[in-house]
Design a protein around this ligand. Structure first.
Ligand code: ASP
Length: 478
């Protein structure tokens, strides 16, 4: 999808001429970091000047509050709750006051919160009288053994907990009425709306890394305009609209909730980091631009190292980011939807693959040095088609290669201490890489040489499919 490139940056801290979109672009690693969103949808042009101004002001106020709390050592979970409360109280956004309405003109509110330190989480859906649904979600987390309460049961729990109650009319601002009047059917995904009708829905979310090293995330919404009474979106679904796990990331989404639920968006990002060793930016980019269709929504996320990623595949997303290095920025739209440009993406994929292969080869050397030839063989393709060539011979197949190693190096003494160095990487395709390097074996009679490996990315990970090894001194040169 080609998004019109209008970079709408409101530089709040004048010291920053150029926006810092990724944590790693600063030299210092932040000790705390926070990102917020106020919904994905329309571009600033579609929103108009007044609405853009109000959104920017609302985001700035909430982000400043979050920044100040984190700078004073507040916890991630407290910050998420209090920042979202500020956004819920602001009628500009579709959460708390100002929520969009159901088909029959009522506000039914959804929210969730998650503590990455404990994986504790709480959520409410379809609540009608709670002033700040995010605080009710937190009480579900702390005061019950459950994760999600819905409808009348959630309203009742809210009264029991004595959180501030409001008359349902509190949520109905002029804006929510106008949204109902202006927008088409509840079932229409954003991409089916015409330019004029296009919604900037205004769900709110917050993700935080605090100075104690804990992550947390939260999301709050009125849902989608003209939704069927009883409809629940992704915002209160842990793993879809919200997710946080220490060591990985904290994520909050906004967009067509049904798609976020189908694709388990927030958890998918964390899972890609956990199981596929992806960094936060490439995991978010994969979900936003490969898995989801265009014009579905956006995501804000922060990693354990304080890297912040903001991305949307809609024309705009209201969002902001701040961290302990002084970063402070508000956007209503990001260039290229916040995704890295193609060259950056290729470079970062190459970098990741090289790092992954280098780690595997290092592990291989460690296994060798522990005297474990079978573990050393893990990185070879377990196939009859594996080829290993050295000194003019070719050994074919995994089993034969294993036997060759075992007979050449029968004892720990013969195995010695292996090191690999001078790696050079040449990409042969998206899923194939050639690696050159030097091997050295410290032992009574030291040995060494060059190797050329061809690796393929298989479902089980990168594997050597061909290994050509030579030893020096080269006999032909003597
Ligand atoms: N994701 C929300 C929902 O589907 C709406 C939004 O983010 O705009 O309820």
């Amino acid at each position: 999808m080609k998004i019109r490139v209008l970079y709408f940056l409101l530089a709040v801290a004048p010291a920053f001429q150029a926006p810092l979109l990724r944590g790693e672009e600063t030299n210092m690693q932040p000790t705390w970091a926070i990102a917020i969103h106020g919904g994905a949808g329309s571009s600033p042009e579609q929103l108009g000047e007044e609405s853009s101004r109000l959104r920017s002001a609302g985001l700035t106020k909430a982000l400043q509050a979050g920044r100040d709390q984190l700078a004073q050592g507040a916890t991630a979970i407290d910050t998420v709750e209090s920042v979202i409360r500020i956004l819920e109280d602001d009628p500009v956004f579709n959460a708390g006051r100002g929520a969009v309405l159901t088909e029959d003109g009522k506000a039914e509110l959804d929210a969730s919160i998650m503590d990455g330190n404990t994986l504790g989480c709480g959520a409410v859906a379809g609540v009608t009288k709670t002033k700040n649904p995010i605080s009710l979600a937190r009480l579900v987390m702390t005061q019950t053994k459950h994760v999600l309460l819905v409808g009348p049961g959630a309203d009742e729990f809210s009264e029991d907990q004595q959180v501030p109650q409001v008359d349902p009319s509190y949520f109905l601002t002029d804006q929510s009425h106008n949204r109902v009047a202006d927008l088409v059917s509840h079932a229409a995904p954003l991409r089916n709306l015409s330019q004029e009708d296009e919604a900037h829905l205004g769900t709110v979310g917050c993700v935080v890394l605090d100075s104690h090293g804990n992550l947390a995330a939260g999301t709050s919404t009125g849902g989608t305009t003209n939704k069927l009474p009883g409809r629940v979106g992704d915002s209160p679904i842990v793993g879809a609209g919200t997710y946080a796990a220490n060591g990985l990331c904290a994520v909050s989404g906004t967009g067509v909730g049904e798609e976020y639920i189908r694709n388990a968006v927030a958890y998918d990002i964390a899972a890609q980091m956990k199981y596929a060793d992806r960094n936060l930016e490439s995991a978010v980019t994969d979900v936003m631009f490969q898995k989801l269709d265009s014009e579905i929504g956006g995501v804000i996320a922060v990693s354990q190292t304080g890297e912040i990623v903001l991305q949307h595949n809609t024309p705009g997303m209201s969002c902001g980011a701040a961290d302990s290095t002084g970063r402070f920025e508000i956007h209503l739209q990001l260039e290229n939807g916040g995704a890295p440009n193609e060259q950056d993406a290729t470079e970062s994929a190459q970098h990741l693959d090289e790092a992954e292969i280098q780690t595997l080869l290092q592990q291989q050397a460690n296994d060798w040095n522990a005297g474990d030839i079978e573990s050393f063989m893990t990185v070879y393709w377990k196939s009859d088609q594996l080829t290993f060539s050295s000194s003019g011979d070719i050994t074919r197949g995994y089993e034969a290669t294993l036997k060759r190693y075992q007979s050449r190096y029968p004892t720990a003494e013969a195995m010695g201490t292996l090191t690999f160095e001078d790696f050079e990487f040449f990409r042969l395709g998206e899923d194939a890489m050639q690696v050159l390097g030097v091997w050295k074996l410290e032992r009574q009679e030291p040995l060494g040489g060059r190797f050329t490996l061809v690796l393929r990315r298989l479902p089980e990970g990168w594997r050597i499919v061909h290994d050509h090894t030579s030893s020096f001194p080269d006999p032909e040169k003597q």
